[in-house]
Design a protein around this ligand. Structure first.
Ligand SMILES: Cc1cc2nc3c(=O)[nH]c(=O)nc-3n(C[C@H](O)[C@H](O)[C@H](O)COP(=O)(O)OP(=O)(O)OC[C@H]3O[C@@H](n4cnc5c(N)ncnc54)[C@H](O)[C@@H]3O)c2cc1C
Length: 430
């Protein structure tokens, strides 16, 4: 009996997932997700802040539970382990005599190194097949050579838009190969993994609750495009700070791979076909192109994406920034919203990051690590890429300092945003 393994990472969906496209389907299939045990450690010296904070861990578990349900409906199942991914995959392949492990070619130094380590661990009877997916482009459809991605986003966009052809998203498979009879399956309850994550609740002042999984991601997409037509005004509202619909809020589903960028792209094109294209529809795709840019740039960067990896100790200033008590209301509101909801608008992220780097002369890597802990939508390439961009390190070294007081005056003229988060709030800190 031929047995193959689908190793899910940041691609927790069935639709438009090349991981499940088999040229010749195996007779048996094992679907596995491994929560890297190192994500439960803290990279910030002197601070009990795990790389994966409670908000994202809860969203991840919801996504895994839903993925398992969808796999079961198609005759398959899901195994979830918390361990070193390479050890789990090598062991699983050997025990089940698997001939192939399919995995997405993720951006990120650790992610790429894990795949190389797995190749070295596996017997010569088992090969690793790397797929691509989740982005607008794959290496074949990217109108630029992967090794030749320009240092600036503008250069990338100009070249991408010259011969723009995003491949269509694909439907979910109807059936899947069965599960090997004696192979382990299932996932541990979240309360056993992290009681804090199991009990985590988003602060209602955020006016939005993210729920993990493919169906919830699709529902948000439908809401934004078809139910409310908020898409029609995205360009005018996207710098908003308060409310649920000023931007798509699709980032958590895109980051965990509950939705692919091509699914969003196709939905926007379908909306344009019915209602007409405008600046706003263009701009949503433009933002997705930013995401692709950081993804392809991260592939090029490898280890240098993170700067020097060992982080310095937190100074009092940086700690105050994390806690949202710098004394600058616009920045403090943003940092408190981030801790209390696991999400932040792009405008608030830009200001919070700029303030740390320019006004406090803080180390950008500490800011990126804090965001990594807090964000539900944490994505290696987008987070570390945006931080490098704000800090002006690496590929694009132009200074990007924002005057946060001027920004507050422009984007929060009556102080409603600051008041929302600072009035009678209880500062959160792990
Ligand atoms: C310091 C900093 C850290 C960031 N960290 C992350 C992160 O870890 N994960 C993440 O998804 N985004 C990150 N961003 C980018 C951006 O702020 C969020 O993608 C956006 O705010 C999410 O809200 P939305 O889904 O409503 O976005 P929309 O404005 O509705 O945009 C649609 C989609 O486009 C993509 N997108 C938009 N802006 C960017 C951008 N600047 N870079 C990359 N992709 C973008 C996202 O996938 C987003 O869901 C960061 C930005 C900054 C300044």
């Amino acid at each position: 009996m031929s047995t193959e393994i689908a190793w899910f990472r940041h691609d927790l969906r069935l639709a438009d997932n090349p991981l499940l496209d088999f040229q010749t389907p195996p007779e048996q299939l094992i679907c596995v997700y491994v929560l890297d045990i190192r994500w439960l450690e803290s990279p910030l010296p002197g601070l009990a802040a795990r790389r994966i904070g409670p908000a994202r861990l809860q969203f991840l578990w919801q996504s895994l539970i839903e993925l398992r349900g969808e796999l079961l409906k198609r005759g398959s199942d899901l195994l979830v382990r918390i361990d070193d991914p390479v050890t789990v995959l090598a062991d699983l392949a050997e025990r089940n005599g698997a001939s192939r492990v399919h995995v997405r070619h993720d951006a990120g130094f650790d992610e790429e190194r894990a795949v190389s380590a797995l190749v070295a661990e596996l017997s010569r009877h088992c090969e690793v097949v790397q797929t691509e997916g989740g982005m607008l482009f794959d290496a074949a459809s990217l109108p630029i050579d992967v090794a030749d991605v320009p240092p600036s986003f503008s250069g990338f966009r100009r070249r991408a838009e010259k011969s723009w052809q995003v491949p269509e998203s694909r439907l979910a498979p109807v059936t899947l190969p069965p599960w090997p009879r004696d192979a382990a399956r299932g996932l541990p309850p979240l309360r056993e993994v992290s009681p804090e994550a199991a009990g985590w609740k988003s602060d209602p002042r955020g006016q939005f609750r993210f729920a993990g999984g493919e169906a919830a991601g699709q529902a948000r997409l439908d809401h934004y495009l078809w139910d409310t037509a908020a898409l029609a005004h995205y360009k005018q509202t996207r710098d908003g700070l308060l409310g649920a619909d000023f931007s798509t809020r699709l980032s958590p589903w895109l980051a965990q791979g509950c939705l692919s960028a091509r699914q969003v792209h196709d939905a926007v094109r379908a909306w344009e076909a019915r209602h007409g294209a405008n600046d706003s529809t263009y701009w949503v795709i433009f933002e997705l192109l930013w995401r692709d840019y950081f993804h392809w740039a991260a592939h090029q960067e490898g280890r240098t994406l993170f700067g020097v990896r060992e982080l310095p100790l937190l100074s009092d200033d940086v700690r105050a920034w994390c806690e949202g008590r710098t004394g600058v209301p616009f920045v403090d509101a943003a940092m408190q919203e981030l801790s209390a909801t696991g999400w932040l608008s792009n405008r608030a992220r830009q200001n919070a990051a700029s303030f740390l780097v320019r006004n406090l002369a803080g180390d950008w890597r500490l800011g990126a690590a804090w965001f990594e802990h807090c964000l539900i939508d944490y994505d290696i390439a987008s987070n570390w890429g945006n931080w490098r961009y704000v800090a002006g390190v690496g590929r694009d070294t132009r200074p990007r300092a924002l005057d946060v007081h001027a920004q507050a005056g422009y984007y929060d003229p009556d102080g409603a945003y600051a008041a929302q988060w600072l009035a009678s709030s209880t500062p959160f800190f792990p």
